[in-house]
Design a protein around this ligand. Structure first.
Ligand SMILES: [Zn+2]
Length: 494
């Protein structure tokens, strides 16, 4: 950027031609005396004025006394007007000029708007016009090419807003790319933003049903580990998002806060504390309400620049003050790092069990006989919320679980076995199914196939014709499902 500015400055070879021959623009407020050629310039109190249609305020020419004027028909170069925009913003000429914080603009007008503003403000105010300039890319069609009518890839912002909401379109554009780089408009980002907003609204409705005016004022809440975890995550996210915003990295800022809301807050935390919110003892319920409100109100504040309408609406449904857009940047309550780390394990385990239930088509609220959580090192894990979330008692153990694979069944590959044995296939299947799966597996391991006598004939069944189904068994002999979380191994007993 600096090189471009230097190159432009060094390369200037003629004066800035400030007049243009166009129909629409700011008129140059000047008249020429038809008799002596004197040029009369309008005073500040006369403008705006169109000299092509009006005479100057003076009756007669101050030079020769003539009264025949020719109004200027040229108009101002557009950058003559727009190059003073920082001065206009800061209240000039009534206020002393102070450089503005930010100039956001496209990369196609760096040599014009950006550079002419630098020049103009330097000339008039002898200072820089702004502290930062943020250069945006161009928005391309969803085929990645420049929008054009002939390509048929033009996206109407009004149409997209009408269909998916202004907030969804705004999010999609914020996610589109880094400063300076062009953005490919992507409908899938608009639809996923729209889905995210539905999720955010559902979280808000749920939270609004559990918190009340007294929640923000709860003193010394008795946080459980899950609360400590979500608040510590929230604090880290707020730091990361603030750092991104300082760097104008709107894409990564939005991605990070959305990830937090969708996965940590909604999927993990809400599932963990639902039991406590509905049925906890008053102190425990209040702690969950307090942490939930703190995390959600922080999320709304972080999201407000990206989704200003829905966050304001959500904010007004919660016990909060004023407008979300006037609220301060989130500063979640400080947390105990060890409790937060334990809460993180709890969240991981709950997520693993929930993921397994949904993968197996088991209802999320299905009771479990128990789960055993194996940690590398013994830690006092807070199992209260976890037991509620998995719907079963939780036992915490140290070390690795002892689990073995036990052959329990045989799965016949009919497409392989059928053609090989034809009319004897039924008998072969009968033999396979009647044999102890452990024996089948032992024979397969030692000989590479299994053999049966059917009538007076010996048949050989090749390994591709069947599978021995194995199950995981705990030391107790019970069937068990083994799940790996980041910091724990989880045994699920149905
Ligand atoms: Zn004159």
């Amino acid at each position: 950027m600096y090189d471009r500015l230097e190159e432009w400055t060094e390369g200037m070879e003629w004066d800035w031609v400030i007049s243009r021959q166009r129909v629409f623009a700011t008129p140059i407020p000047a008249w020429e005396c038809a008799d002596c050629g004197h040029v009369e310039i309008a005073g500040a109190e006369e403008v705006p004025v169109d000299p092509a249609g009006e005479d100057p305020a003076v009756d007669a020419c101050p030079e020769c006394g003539g009264d025949s004027w020719t109004g200027e028909t040229d108009v101002m170069d557009t950058w003559m007007d727009s190059s003073i925009s920082p001065m206009y913003i800061s209240g000039s000429p009534d206020e002393v000029f102070d450089p503005v914080a930010l100039r956001p603009q496209g990369h196609d007008i760096i040599r014009t708007w950006a550079f002419y503003t630098l020049l103009r403000v330097a000339a008039l105010e002898e200072t820089r016009p702004w502290n930062d300039v943020l250069i945006n890319g161009m928005i391309f069609g969803d085929d990645g090419r420049k929008m054009s009518k002939s390509r048929g890839n033009v996206v109407s912002p009004a149409g997209a807003v009408e269909e998916y909401s202004a907030d969804a379109v705004r999010q999609a554009l914020a996610l589109g790319g880094q400063p300076g780089s062009d953005i490919q408009f992507q409908w899938k980002e608009v639809t996923s933003a729209s889905r995210f907003q539905t999720k955010l609204w559902n979280i808000t409705k749920f939270a609004a049903g559990h918190v009340d005016e007294s929640t923000p004022g709860v003193t010394d809440p008795a946080y459980r580990d899950a609360d400590e975890w979500i608040l510590s995550r929230c604090a880290r996210v707020a730091e990361g998002v603030a750092a991104d915003m300082e760097e104008y990295r709107f894409d990564s800022a939005l991605r990070e806060v959305r990830e937090f809301v969708w996965h940590d807050l909604a999927d993990d935390y809400l599932e963990l504390v639902k039991g406590r919110l509905y049925e906890g003892r008053p102190g425990e319920r209040k702690a969950a309400q307090h942490a939930l409100l703190a995390a959600l109100s922080a999320s709304l504040r972080m999201l407000s620049p990206f989704a200003p309408f829905i966050t304001e609406e959500a904010w007004n449904h919660l016990p909060t003050d004023g407008s979300v857009h006037g609220a301060s940047w989130p500063d979640p309550p400080t947390t105990d790092p060890e409790a937060a780390a334990r809460g993180s394990v709890v969240a991981e385990v709950a997520a693993a069990v929930r993921g397994w239930k949904s993968g197996e088509g088991v209802p999320l609220n299905a009771d479990l006989d128990r789960i055993e959580v194996y940690l590398e090192e013994a830690r006092p894990l807070d199992t209260y919320d976890l037991a509620e979330a998995v719907n079963g008692p939780v036992y915490v153990e140290e070390g690795s679980p002892s689990v073995e694979m036990v052959p329990v069944d045989v799965d016949v590959e009919h497409s392989e076995l059928g053609p090989a044995f034809r009319d004897r296939a039924g008998d072969v299947v009968g033999e396979l199914e009647a044999t102890d799966p452990a024996e089948l597996q032992a024979e397969l391991e030692t000989r590479g196939h299994v053999e049966f006598d059917i009538g007076d004939q010996s048949v050989t069944v090749e390994p591709e014709m069947f599978d021995v189904v194995e199950e995981q068994r705990a030391e107790s002999g019970e069937e068990v499902v083994v799940l790996e979380a980041d910091e724990a191994t989880v045994l699920v007993f149905e």
